[in-house]
Ligand binder design. Structure first.
Ligand code: SF4
Length: 446
C-alpha cells in the first residue's frame, strides 16, 4: 500500500509527479534508480584514457558512438569497461538464456603462488598501460565468479593494485555461501559498483532472501531472470539460438522470447582475458547476429604464458588494430547496418536508433556516393575527390569527422566471425596443442 504507483495500474499516473509524495517508498525507489543511472554514466567516463593511452581512447570513443547508433535499447546500459578477466573456463550454471553461450565448465584458475604472481603482474600491466581506466575492470564474462573458490583473493589483489574493487555478478550466490559472504564483506569494507545476483526462479528468490539478511543485500541488485519476470532477454547467444529454433518450428513461448531491441549483454570495449587459457582478445559489443552470435566482435586474439608476452600482446593489438585516425590503406565504406540516402549536396545515414545528416558539398563528386560504393581505399578516395583541385584538407577533415562519429565500417576482417563458443574452445585447444608439440610461443603475430 505504501508504494502503489510502482505496481498498480490505476496509480501509475502518479509516478514521478508531486502527488507521489503520498507514497514515500515509491519516491525513495525512483530516487534510488535515478542515482543508479547517474552512477552508470560516471562509470562510462571512468574509462577515459585520452592522456594515458590516446590510441586506445580514440578507438573506444568510436566504439561508444557506433554502439549508440547500433545497439538499440541495449546502448544506454553499456558502460564500455576497458578490460574483463575470466578466472574459470566455462560455467556450471548453464542458463538457457545465456547471452554469451557459456560453454561447459572445465575448471578454474587456482590461486597458487605462481598464478598469484602472474595475476598480480597482469593487473599491474593493465594499470600501468591504462591508468585509472583499469578501475573499470571486472572478473567474469562467460563464467560465473562463484565457480572459482578463490575468487575473493583475486578480487582483493585487484583492489590493492588499482584502488578499485571489481563489481561481481553471479547467478550462483548460494553455491558457496561462505565465498559469497567474503565477497559481500569486501564490498562492505571497500565499496564498489553495486553487486548483482541473477535470480533464476521464484524458488531461487525465496532461497536468497532466506540465506541473506536485508543488510547483507543492501549492496546487491537482484536481477529477476526467472520465467515469471519481466526482465527482457538479449537477442544474443543461447536466447537467440532458442528464438530461432522456436521461430523455425513456428512455436513462440511469449514469456521466453528475447527482445530484438535488446541486442547484446556484452559490455567491454577493450580486452577480454582468460587466465586459465592464457588468451587475450580485443572485443567490442555488437548486436547478436549470424556474423557475431555472441553479441560482441572479436577484433584480434593473442595467447600468452608470461607477463612479458601479455604486455607485448596488448601493445601489438593496440598498434595493429586501434587506429587514431582513418587508415589510408584500408577499404572505406559505411557500416553495414547503416542505410544510405543521397540528397542534394548532403546525404543521410540511418541506423537502428540514430540518424545523421551530412553536408556533402566539397566537390562536384559526392563523397558519400564514393564511400557507399565501397570499392576504394581512403587515400584513393581523396585522390579522386581532389583531382579537380578541391582542397585535400577539407576532404580529409570530412572523412575524419565521419570516422570519429563511428559510421565508417571497421569490421573488415572475417577471421573470428560467425564463431560459437564451441569453435572458440576448439581453436584454443588447437593453439595449445601446437604450442606444446613445437615448444614455441603461439602468440598471434599478425
Ligand atoms: S548467464 Fe552467466 S551464469 Fe548463466 S550460463 Fe551464462 S555465464 Fe553462466
Amino acid at each position: 500500500m505504501e508504494m502503489l504507483p510502482l505496481w498498480r495500474g490505476t496509480h501509475l499516473k502518479y509516478r514521478f509527479k508531486p502527488e507521489c509524495a503520498l507514497w514515500p517508498l515509491a519516491v525513495m525507489w525512483d530516487e534510488y534508480i535515478r542515482e543508479m543511472v547517474r552512477h552508470r554514466d560516471l562509470l562510462r567516463d571512468e574509462g577515459e584514457m585520452s592522456t594515458v593511452n590516446p590510441r586506445f581512447h580514440a578507438w573506444r570513443e568510436r566504439q561508444i558512438r557506433r554502439c549508440n547508433g547500433e545497439l538499440g535499447g541495449s546502448a544506454l546500459s553499456v558502460t564500455h569497461p576497458i578490460i574483463a578477466f575470466e578466472l574459470s573456463d566455462g560455467c556450471t550454471v548453464g542458463c538457457w538464456f545465456c547471452g554469451l553461450s557459456a560453454g561447459r565448465f572445465k575448471g578454474y584458475y587456482e590461486y597458487s603462488e605462481e598464478h598469484a604472481e602472474l595475476w598480480r603482474g597482469v593487473v599491474g600491466v593493465a594499470s600501468e598501460m591504462f591508468g585509472s581506466a583499469a578501475r573499470t575492470g571486472f572478473c567474469y564474462w562467460a563464467t560465473d565468479p562463484m565457480d572459482n573458490p578463490h575468487y575473493d583473493r583475486f578480487l582483493f589483489d585487484y583492489y590493492q593494485i588499482t584502488g578499485a574493487l571489481p563489481q561481481t555478478t553471479t547467478a550462483a550466490p548460494l553455491k558457496d555461501q561462505a565465498l559469497t559472504r567474503r565477497v559481500l564483506e569486501l564490498f562492505r569494507r571497500y565499496r564498489t559498483v553495486t553487486n548483482r545476483f541473477s535470480v533464476l526462479s521464484k524458488t531461487h528468490l525465496n532461497q536468497i532472501h532466506a540465506a541473506f539478511s536485508p543488510e547483507e543485500l543492501i549492496g546487491v541488485e537482484l536481477i529477476l531472470q526467472g520465467k515469471e519476470a519481466l526482465t527482457a532477454k538479449a537477442f544474443a547467444g543461447r536466447a537467440r539460438e532458442r528464438r530461432e529454433r522456436l521461430g523455425a518450428a513456428n512455436k513462440d513461448d511469449a514469456t521466453r522470447v528475447p527482445q530484438r531491441n535488446h541486442t547484446t549483454i556484452a559490455c567491454v570495449s577493450g580486452f577480454l582475458v582468460n587466465m586459465l587459457q592464457g588468451r587475450v582478445q580485443l572485443v567490442t559489443p555488437v548486436p547478436g547476429s549470424k556474423r557475431w552470435p555472441l553479441g560482441y566482435r572479436i577484433v584480434a586474439e593473442h595467447f600468452f604464458r608470461t607477463l612479458s608476452e601479455f604486455r607485448s600482446g596488448l601493445q601489438s593489438m593496440i598498434d595493429q588494430h586501434m587506429f587514431e585516425c582513418l587508415p589510408r590503406h584500408l577499404p572505406i565504406r559505411f557500416r553495414r547496418d547503416l542505410q544510405y540516402e543521397a540528397g542534394t549536396r548532403h546525404f543521410h545515414l540511418r541506423s537502428r536508433n540514430m540518424q545523421h545528416r551530412v553536408v556533402d558539398n566539397l566537390a562536384p563528386i559526392s563523397v558519400g556516393d564514393l564511400i557507399v560504393c565501397g570499392n576504394c581505399t581512403a587515400s584513393e578516395l581523396v585522390m579522386r575527390i581532389t583531382a579537380d583541385g578541391t582542397s585535400v584538407l577539407a576532404v580529409a577533415d570530412l572523412l575524419d569527422q565521419l570516422y570519429r562519429a563511428g559510421v565508417i565500417e571497421e569490421d573488415l576482417d572475417d577471421r573470428f566471425a560467425s564463431q560459437t563458443s564451441k569453435d572458440v574452445a576448439s581453436r584454443i585447444e588447437a593453439a595449445n596443442h601446437a604450442a606444446h608439440n613445437m615448444g614455441v610461443d603461439h602468440a598471434d603475430s599478425r
